[in-house]
Design a protein around this ligand. Structure first.
Ligand SMILES: Nc1nc2c(c(=O)[nH]1)N[C@H]1C(S)=C(S)[C@@H](COP(=O)(O)OP(=O)(O)OC[C@H]3O[C@@H](n4cnc5c(=O)[nH]c(N)nc54)[C@H](O)[C@@H]3O)O[C@H]1N2
Ligand SMILES: Nc1nc2c(c(=O)[nH]1)N[C@H]1C(S)=C(S)[C@@H](COP(=O)(O)OP(=O)(O)OC[C@H]3O[C@@H](n4cnc5c(=O)[nH]c(N)nc54)[C@H](O)[C@@H]3O)O[C@H]1N2
Ligand code: SF4
Ligand SMILES: [Mo]
Length: 753
């Protein structure tokens, strides 16, 4: 019998670009995935990873049943047995050690996952521990903090208006490989090429001549870890030239003169020897920024996972502000997301100051930020005895053994835990230590909406994807797994109905909405609103509520009539009727109403940043290390977890150490042979690729590799194991204000093996 063929549309959840996919399905099998030509944002673009959602779904190593440790071995069990096992172990653990002995680590894929974005919070609350860690502190925490301090929201991050700018300055990002980050847009390469075709200029600041740098009009090969110095010198050069002009946005900014005075020691001449860029070139960059009709400075991983990540993140915005580029077309702008944004809720221009350090880590006293402790502290919290020691762990979509600094220490520590429950699709380098692994369904079996990433999109769009394939028999959805864990942690037992959590979450959101004086539901009866959301449940019900109460929402009758020409006020039904998404238009100026700061203005004098400037100044007198390690990304790879897909890993090995020819000669290295890279905490052996794409004194190695550990159940990845760069990165060094790990600019010694 012929099985009917159908077409489904789905946003790719693998990276931040959010491309629309057109998926052909025959029965329960995906037969083809290509770019959705009609997607309102991606217009058919996709990268080599997008079509591998099918391989990911069909990967025999992807877990389809929970695993439980019995006599030392992880064995497949039923879902009932798995939850019962969690309850048994959790109860015994809590009785013996108490909840503060529990740690939690949540990883990157949660940011792309509707279930996690909505149900992790109740899980964390139910677990009742302050030992919360996440991939945010090996990534963007510095930018979240500086944005919270400047604009009143961790995701109130001004994004570069690539589609309209005259000058794009990219520091520490390689969107040709990463497809962009904290600046959501499909087809960065196409956007950059369009910019250059209309006469715009691209400047790339990167110690490597990356793919993006190859496209640039100007590539400045900076010495790693010194972006804050460079940007400070740009401000100083602007001031010296009398070019400080904050433009229209300036009306809302305080502290410009004070900041210019504070940055005075960082002249181009003073920073040049450390930064590795001539004073004249720094002055020229400043002049170009001042002269451009519009310009956008954009910094990413190379600037945030660095020793001065917070200061650099702040300086990116300072430079955009003092050149008059904040909040104007072609400059850096705030997205206005259709759902979930805190900068469209509550009263405009009112907010509370974000505090950090409300509690501190036990061992080294590192400050809490946004309710979390630095991921770089996780290992020591497990392996250092004493009261409050972490003895149990929950991980959700995280692989810290490959992603966090000094990973051998963490790996060893995980082996000593009394309890470890993982929610993950694989038994990998981290989850192999688990007592229980609870696998969520594959991406194709889940609904999708980019609740987080659309808050930093380069264009306002809204796009919901329904699950493409049905759940396997007995397979709980990911939100149900998280909800059931929350119920177990609350002592309600392994059989408690996840609907209890769902109802609590929706109830709290409805209460907040009817209590928001500035929202469309103010004063409405919560029960009526809930009745209108019925019969939906789960993430879809919550999303419907968030869309309807959002800035383009129907407000249950009290919102907008038209979200955009011809499209009614948004709700989930409206999005379901638009499977290619709804285009809500280009970004528009949002000052001052986007602000949620205590003063209702942008105060540049951020205490934590100003307090960190002496530490930055001290670098000017510090000797430059002979060699430092930086990372890089490859288009066919995705952090640590897409290496089990043959089509992505086949061909030439990607986990190689890039070394400049002069350095190779100096250190006696030969292309293709092995090098030993030694840092303070560890040592690795890697194959060398000699290339003048890296500057001298810098070696580059991608992270997320090293799949040859015992017990890792990833057949393909195991054959393309590569080496874990985080064996060498140092957990002791942090960006002070944020506690973010330093993953670039690691002092190392390099020698032939
Ligand atoms: N040296 C160095 N280290 C780095 C970086 C660097 O540039 N250099 N980059 C850092 C950055 S930016 C990041 S974001 C982190 C990432 O750090 P992590 O978030 O710890 O690691 P990932 O590699 O993203 O691992 C994701 C995990 O989620 C699982 N997973 C995938 N999809 C799902 C799902 O739908 N549900 C669930 N429950 N699990 C799923 C995968 O199997 C994998 O175990 O790494 C950081 N580490
Ligand atoms: N294909 C692919 N796409 C991805 C990912 C992936 O693993 N693979 N990961 C996703 C994630 S989680 C994230 S956070 C984003 C990250 O997105 P990006 O920030 O674009 O990340 P990278 O491609 O690693 O680019 C970082 C660049 O910084 C440079 N760099 C290193 N140190 C310094 C420094 O001190 N100063 C400066 N100026 N530059 C420096 C590196 O050479 C590199 O070219 O990518 C996302 N997209
Ligand atoms: S660029 Fe990112 S979102 Fe687009 S297809 Fe590739 S992995 Fe998916
Ligand atoms: Mo990331």
């Amino acid at each position: 019998m012929d099985v009917e063929e159908r077409t489904a549309f789905r946003t790719c959840p693998l990276c931040e670009a959010g491309c629309g996919l057109e998926i052909t399905v025959k029965g329960d099998r995906v037969t083809r995935i290509r770019g959705d030509q009609h997607d309102v944002f991606s217009h058919g673009f996709l990268c080599p990873k997008g079509s591998t959602l099918r391989q990911l779904h069909e990967d025999p190593d992807r877990l389809r049943q929970p695993l439980v440790r019995r006599d030392g071995e992880l064995v497949a069990v039923s879902w009932e047995e798995a939850f019962a096992e969690v309850e048994r172990r959790f109860t015994a653990f809590a009785d013996e050690h108490g909840r503060e002995a529990l740690g939690v680590y949540v990883g990157n894929p949660n940011a792309h996952n509707l279930s996690a974005l909505l149900y992790l919070k109740p899980l964390l609350k139910s677990l009742g521990t302050r030992n919360v860690f996440s991939a945010s502190t090996v990534d963007q925490r510095p930018k979240e903090l500086s944005s919270a301090w400047l604009f009143g929201g961790g995701l109130s991050i001004p994004v570069p208006d690539v589609d309209r700018t005259d000058l794009l300055v990219v520091l520490g990002a390689n969107p040709y490989a990463s497809n962009g980050s904290l600046a959501t847009a499909p087809d960065w390469p196409g956007r950059i090429e369009a910019m250059r075709a209309r006469g715009g200029r691209l400047v790339v600041v990167d110690p490597r001549r990356s793919r993006t740098a190859e496209e640039a009009d100007l590539h400045l090969a900076i010495r790693p870890g010194t972006d804050a110095l460079l940007l400070a010198a740009v401000v100083t050069a602007l001031a010296a030239a009398g070019s400080i002009d904050a433009g229209t946005a300036g009306e809302w900014v305080d502290g410009i003169d004070e900041v210019v005075a504070l940055l005075a020691p960082f002249t181009p001449a003073a920073v040049a020897p450390v930064v590795g860029i001539d004073a004249a070139a720094i002055e020229a960059l400043a002049a170009e920024l001042a002269a451009a009709p519009s310009a956008a400075v954009y910094g990413r991983i190379g600037t945030t996972t660095a020793e001065f990540g917070t200061v650099a993140s702040w300086l990116v915005d300072v430079v955009n502000i003092v050149t008059g580029n904040l909040d104007r077309p072609g400059g850096t702008m705030f997205a206005k997301a259709a759902a979930g944004a805190s900068n469209t809720r509550g009263k405009p221009r009112e907010g509370r100051a974000l505090k950090t350090g409300r509690h501190r880590s036990r061992v080294r006293g590192a400050a809490e930020t946004m309710g979390e402790l630095p991921a770089a502290c996780l290992a020591e919290e497990i392996d250092t005895p004493g009261a409050g020691q972490i003895r149990g762990l929950v991980t959700v979509a995280g692989n810290p053994v490959l992603s966090t600094p000094n990973s051998e220490r963490l790996d060893a520590a995980l082996g000593t835990l009394d309890l470890y429950v993982a929610v993950d699709i694989y038994c990998n380098e981290t989850t192999r230590h688990a007592d229980v692994i609870l696998p969520p369904p594959s991406a194709l079996q889940k609904g999708h909406y980019d609740l987080a990433l659309l808050q930093v999109a380069l264009r306002n769009v809204a796009n919901y994807s329904a699950p493409v394939l049905p759940l396997d028999d007995g397979q709980p959805d990911e939100w149900e797994i998280l909800a059931r864990l929350a119920l177990i942690a609350q002592g309600m037992g392994a059989d408690a109905d996840p609907a209890i959590v769902d109802d609590l979450v929706v109830g709290a959101l409805v209460q907040a909405a009817v209590g928001d004086e500035h929202g469309p539901l103010h004063g409405r009866d919560a029960a009526d609103v809930l009745a209108e959301l019925a019969p939906r449940t789960g993430p879809e019900r919550l999303l419907d509520l968030l869309l309807r109460t959002g800035p383009y929402g129907d407000g249950f009758g009290a919102g907008v009539e038209e979200s955009v020409a011809g499209v009614p006020g948004l709700s989930l039904d409206v999005l379901l009727a638009h499977p290619h998404g709804v285009d809500l238009g280009p970004l528009e100026p949002r000052l001052p109403d986007v602000l949620r700061t205590p003063t209702g203005r942008i105060d540049l004098l951020v205490e934590a940043v100003v307090g960190d400037l002496p530490r930055l100044e001290a670098v000017l007198a510090r000797p430059v290390p002979e060699a430092v390690l930086v990372g890089r990304r490859d288009l066919r790879s995705n952090n640590s977890w897409m290496h089990n897909i043959e089509v992505l890993v086949k061909g030439r090995p990607r986990c190689t150490l890039h070394v400049h020819p002069d350095d190779a000669a100096r250190w006696g290295l030969v292309d293709g042979a092995q090098a030993v890279v030694t840092g303070r905490v560890g040592r690795i052996e890697v194959p060398v690729e000699v290339t003048d794409a890296v500057r001298t004194g810098v070696v580059s190695l991608p992270h997320g590799w090293g799949h040859d550990l015992e017990g890792v159940a990833l057949g393909v990845a195991n054959r393309h194991a590569g080496v874990n760069s985080n064996v060498v990165t140092d957990e002791a060094v942090l960006d002070v204000p944020s506690g973010n790990a330093v993953l670039n600019g690691i002092p190392v010694a390099v020698a032939a093996a």
